[in-house]
Design a protein around this ligand. Structure first.
Ligand SMILES: Cc1ncc(COP(=O)(O)O)c(C=O)c1O
Length: 375
């Protein structure tokens, strides 16, 4: 073993303006360096309670079952679907991008009879068309994405959609991975049954935890399941015994990630939700204005364009990957290309959490101008 082959860890100081992870706030990094204590240490149990309180604040909910699931955003998606679905359950998934497709794929794996309602990538759903789809049969749940990171479209009218779903006896699962902490997510006011997110986007905490919240109605569904949850690791009835009053061991909590999330959430509370949403909106507008000055065109109309993730059409004749390489290697800036059908056709620019700062917007615009001039 030639140990000297493995040099000191020294990642470049990137400016992360892609679809995630976003830049981690220095206070979060400091929190992660705190000594690790036991996952049943009374001091840690207090921190867990605080994380739950702070999560209820960002999700704008009183839901008791509000916790961070171990794993990235996809673990949140999987926890939502695995716990609500029993084999044979009819489930409706609204798909207008890559992450809707992922939900459909997961729901099938958990044995659901999946129907989909689709819109072209970049568009959003009208509550009436979802209500029509909900009339096809009695679905156990409707799942949809609030902020589609693959397209940059923000699905509005969530309250109306939830009302329609409830009229037809379906629960609503909402993906808030690219909205929580950057855009209003009003779980109780909208009546959402299960919402999940990830730590690495607007919360500016490294990837590794998936905040999730279950309404009392959703908890009732968990309690009355006929079959055990197929995933042992994500079984909320087991996990809630650790996060609830019993504090029974299920799996070892990722201690340093819980420290990180607590600090990230403390930063959200200090800034205040409204001020934080306003900051995300203002910086997005600054970006959109600058892109227009460069002659670049956003893919999504402003009426439902995500402030946290902007998709930009690659101009004719420009090598999109070469521009991204120029940004990364010359200016240390990361943005992303398109996913699936949008590969090679768009750039995705994220302004989330600690990345959403004026200086980053201005730096990106100046760097983009230079990189485009070279192509
Ligand atoms: C809308 C949405 N849902 C789910 C996910 C999955 O999250 P992760 O990649 O953290 O597992 C992502 C990740 O980008 C996302 O943007």
């Amino acid at each position: 073993m030639q140990a000297q082959r493995y040099t000191d860890l020294n990642p470049s100081p990137r400016v992360l303006l892609g679809p995630g992870p976003s830049m981690v706030h220095p206070r979060v990094l400091r929190a992660m360096a705190a000594p690790v204590i036991g996952h049943l240490d009374p001091e840690f149990l207090t921190l867990m309670n605080e994380v739950q309180e702070l999560l209820r604040y960002v999700f704008q909910t009183e839901n008791r079952l509000t916790i961070p699931v171990s794993g990235t955003g996809s673990a949140g998606m999987e926890a939502a679907l695995a716990n609500l679905i029993e084999p044979g359950d009819p489930v409706l998934i609204a798909i207008n991008g890559y992450f809707g497709q992922r939900m459909a794929e997961m729901a099938r794996r958990y044995g659901a009879e999946v129907d989909v309602v689709e819109r072209p990538w970049g568009e959003i759903f009208d509550p009436d068309e979802l209500e029509q789809a909900l009339q096809r049969r009695r679905y156990k749940l409707l799942a949809l994405v609030h902020a589609e990171t693959s397209t940059g479209a923000l699905q509005g009218h969530i309250r109306e959609i939830v009302e329609a779903a409830h009229r037809h006896g379906a629960l609503v699962v909402l993906d808030t991975v690219t909205s929580l902490g950057g855009l209003p997510v009003e779980v109780d006011a909208w009546g959402v049954d299960v919402a999940y997110s990830g730590t690495q986007k607007c919360l500016s905490v490294p990837p590794g935890l998936a905040p999730i919240t279950f309404s009392e109605g959703a908890v009732q569904v968990l309690r009355t399941r006929r079959t055990p949850v197929i995933s042992w690791y994500l079984d909320m009835r087991l996990i809630e015994q650790y996060w609830g009053d019993k504090r029974t061991y299920h799996h070892t909590a990722p201690i340093s990630m819980v420290y990180a999330l607590r600090e990230g959430l403390r930063l959200v509370a200090e800034e205040g939700l409204e001020a934080r949403f306003a900051r995300h909106r203002e910086n997005a507008r600054l970006l959109w204005q600058g892109l227009a000055e460069l002659g670049l065109e956003p893919m999504v109309p402003e009426a439902y364009r995500l402030p946290t993730l902007t998709t930009v059409r690659v101009p004719e004749g420009v090598d999109e990957a070469a521009v991204r390489r120029c940004l990364l290697h010359t200016y240390n800036i990361e943005i992303a290309g398109g996913l699936g059908a949008l590969k090679g056709r768009i750039w995705r620019i994220g302004l989330m959490g600690y990345s959403s700062r004026k200086e980053n917007v201005l730096l990106l615009l100046a760097a983009l101008k230079t990189c485009l001039a070279k192509r």
